[in-house]
Ligand binder design. Structure first.
Ligand SMILES: NC(=O)C1=CN([C@@H]2O[C@H](COP(=O)(O)OP(=O)(O)OC[C@H]3O[C@@H](n4cnc5c(N)ncnc54)[C@H](OP(=O)(O)O)[C@@H]3O)[C@@H](O)[C@H]2O)C=CC1
Ligand SMILES: O=CC(=O)O
Length: 322
């Protein structure tokens, strides 16, 4: 089999890089790192395979890469890619579903606990030397067990989150999804509900949807107004699903109690963003899948996808719009 040109546009563990080098010629250039964008653009005209993530690959960029056969994303979400343009050009898009599901669900549940029990605020209180006597009501949190958890998007991660909530914390679960799906839980633990019912009845609304034309901006002022007073919003999906200004208004007015955000409209979050230091926001740096074990598994799966597709084999996970 002939060796092909592979452009690696995000860091890969050495073992995975070596697997690619064993079969192909490799160029490493991360366009998000200062000084590497030129090398990235220069490598596109000859690139036959691309592996990386977190960088928009649109039609304009694809025009610069006429030999491209495969893109392997080190992510499950594929919103950074112009999927229609890829399909028209016959380029295979691979991603990493499944290997990160449980890890992301763990982090989403950490945001549920962290917002309601005010973990960030209480930790800072101790670190700043302000803990001089037993804390009072002004620092109390709110119970999580027994509260209603609403999930927008009931796919792999949504269902893993529901298991934690329903079985571990006795939380009634309401879920909203596009295609009807069973709860996967014992009778009475979770049920499907309309978008409105999830908003109106849930104490926590967790977003685990893909970013698409239908979901972009889906949570705005009208949707926050329909949420229960004192409810908490968790966004573990993609920033642009939430209208950030409307969220700030809903928090500042006191209608929503708190928000746990792993994702933002612009990432990394700009230094002057009002979401960065907001007292009711628990912000994380898009860390859903960021454990040693899971990032290693994602890199391995993405590398396997790339190598299989370049050999003409069916990769472990090729993405096609349904
Ligand atoms: N914070 C982080 O670090 C991470 C974030 N993510 C985000 O989580 C998302 C979900 O991942 P995963 O669970 O593996 O994906 P899945 O494809 O398994 O689940 C997505 C679910 O959303 C549903 N859905 C899609 N569009 C709509 C809509 N318009 N209205 C209602 N439901 C809809 C899907 O239904 P249907 O079957 O009908 O399409 C499906 O049930 C990813 O796309 C990514 O954006 C993922 C990993 C890490
Ligand atoms: O956000 C991460 C992903 O895998 O998608």
């Amino acid at each position: 089999m002939s060796r092909k040109q592979v452009l690696v546009y995000r860091e890969l563990p050495p073992a995975q890089l070596q697997r690619i080098r064993d079969e192909h010629e490799v160029t490493i250039a991360n366009p998000r790192v200062a000084g590497q964008e030129r090398a990235f653009l220069d490598a596109l005209p000859t690139a036959e395979g691309l592996i990386g993530s977190s960088y928009a690959i649109d039609d304009l960029l694809l025009k610069l890469a006429p030999r491209l056969q495969v893109i392997s994303s080190i992510s499950v979400g594929v919103d950074k890619f112009d999927v229609d343009a890829l399909q028209q050009r016959g380029i295979t898009l691979c991603h990493t579903p499944g290997v990160l599901t449980e890890t992301v669900a763990d982090l989403l549940f950490a945001l549920v606990l962290g917002t309601s029990r005010r973990i960030l605020e209480l930790g800072r209180y101790v670190q700043q030397g302000r803990w001089k006597r037993s804390i009072g009501e002004d620092l109390y949190g709110w119970d999580v067990h027994g509260k209603t958890l609403g999930i927008l998007g009931y796919g792999r991660i949504g269902q893993a989150l529901a298991q934690r909530a329903a079985l571990g914390f006795r939380m009634p679960v309401l879920y909203h999804t596009r295609t009807p799906v069973g709860s996967g839980l014992p009778e009475g633990k979770a049920r499907s509900a309309s978008f409105d019912e999830v908003l109106q009845r849930s104490d926590f609304v967790v977003i685990v949807l893909p970013l698409t034309e239908q979901t972009r901006g889906m949570m705005g002022a009208a949707e926050f107004a329909r949420m229960k007073p004192g409810a908490i919003l968790i966004n573990g999906a993609r920033g642009p699903i939430v209208q950030e200004t409307a969220l700030l208004d809903a928090l500042d007015s006191g209608h929503l109690r708190a928000a746990g955000l792993d994702v933002f409209d612009i990432e990394p979050l700009p230094q002057d963003s009002p979401l960065r230091d907001h007292p009711q926001i628990l912000p994380l740096p898009h860390a859903g899948s960021a454990t040693h074990e899971t990032r290693a598994a994602m890199a391995e799966m993405a590398t396997t996808n790339l190598l299989m597709a370049l050999r003409g084999e069916t990769p472990l996970a090729a993405y096609r719009r349904g």
